[in-house]
Design a protein around this ligand. Sequence first.
Ligand SMILES: [Zn+2]
Length: 335
Amino acid sequence: MTDPVVISAMVGFPAGRLAAGWAAQVLADVPSTGLSSCQACGVSVTWRQRWLSFGRLRCRSCGQRWMVWWPLASVICTAALFAIFAWLLTDQQCQNVAEVQPAVPMHLLRLPFHLLLLFFLVTATLTDFLDYAIPDDVVIAGVLTAVTGAFVSGDLQMIHIWVNWDSQVVGLYGPYLPEWMKHHQHLHGLAWSLAGMAAGACYVALVRSISTWILGQPAMGFGDVTLMAMIGAFLGWQPVLCAIAMAPVTAVAAGTVIRVVSGRSFVAFGPYLAGSAVIVLCTWRWIWAEPLLMRNVFSHWPSVAGLVAGSLVLLAVLLAALRVFLTLPADVMRR
Ligand SMILES: [Zn+2]
């Protein structure tokens, strides 16, 4: 019996280096990555250095030496992230909700499916940290992986596209699932993934235009819209809306820590959105059912509409305040 936690950690090491290589490849003309070209003579680094090397680099042309540490950080963080998620998924059953009980092979497939999402998120976070950009290549590859996986498997959803919890008679009928979902699994797979993609993209696009209207400038980049489309395609519309709602809290917490520790401000929202998606992925069971009981909101159309409308305005205001907060000088924060 092999342990999925150990296997996930072992897969995380090469995956972390691959993510760093991909980020370096996408940012091939950004010198600050250290994996672009030699600072002394301008000759570009080799294929092997970009995708495989750690720490010490030496220019093949002039012999200049320099150090690059972030690919090593990516490897360690990815392996840790993979292991923690595998443990939460398989040991703590963090995604086990009463409504979704996939067949055993599909239950096993959910781990690699979500590890792929984590891999794409690590890559997007690296490029966002290094260059304030989320490359389309990464997002498109992620969306294709998610939609294809959802459609072909037909059973990878964290939650069905619709569950009627409000029409249940407690303890008698349980949740009501529309009949077509049971008979058209692959179509349902396609539907929930596309719905998640649309929900993630549209919601962030709306927040972006509202904040532009209030502030005169967008509080999020267009990269955040495409990033949430990818996350939504992997998670479905209910979890992705939870992730977006959580993002300002993640941003205030993580942003404060980053500022106090490093004295630097970090205003790109991509990493906070990615971090919130990981939190939802790791705590879905407790968000959907007890204690948060979001299932009651997500099974009642008027509640969903009210929540979306109210939170849109609230988020736009929060984002505006957050932008001001994150751009305050660090010495003000430390007082
Ligand atoms: Zn050189």
